[in-house]
Design a protein around this ligand. Structure first.
Ligand code: CMP
Length: 139
């Protein structure tokens, strides 16, 4: 089925001018960018977005990093978009990511791993609504 998922190009990637290279990977896989904006999250906003990880030891490092520099938040649409996005990103830890994936090619570490993608339909719905109104989704 056609799905939508929330993608974030993280500060390590925007800083190195990799926004276009990341988007090309998604587009080449058949995903369409139906919403996109560059924003600079506050630490509080990053904390709210990642609240499911609030008890993890890396939460402070994660939210500080995500608020450190601009990110590009996007909604990607396509057949099986949630899994397709995850396949193109590769494993969370770039050391484990398959060749050709975004994290294998661009990520610097498990924390500074260039991209985020929703991990389930429920998360996608919640994460898209966190950043975008319905009017901003243009399929
Ligand atoms: P993401 O898909 O954005 O969701 C949660 C993030 O936490 C994950 O990608 C990683 O970037 C980050 N993360 C996971 N494990 C660690 C870790 N051990 N240290 C720092 N960050 C981590």
């Amino acid at each position: 089925a056609t799905e939508r998922t929330l993608s974030i190009i993280k500060p390590d990637a925007t800083r190195r001018n990799l926004t276009g290279a990341v988007v090309k990977k998604f587009e080449d896989a058949g995903l369409r960018v139906v919403a996109s904006k560059r924003i600079h999250l506050s630490k509080a906003q990053a904390g709210e977005f990642y609240k499911v990880h609030a008890e993890r030891p890396f939460y402070d490092e994660l939210t500080t990093f995500m608020a450190s520099e601009p990110v590009v938040v996007q909604v990607l649409e396509g057949e099986g978009a949630i899994q397709k996005n995850r396949d193109v990103m590769g494993a969370t830890n770039p050391a484990d990511a398959a060749p050709g994936t975004i994290r294998a090619e661009f990520a610097e570490s498990v924390g500074e791993n260039s991209v985020h993608g929703s991990d389930s339909p429920e998360a996608a719905k919640e994460e898209i609504a966190f950043f975008f109104s319905g009017l901003e989704l243009v399929g």
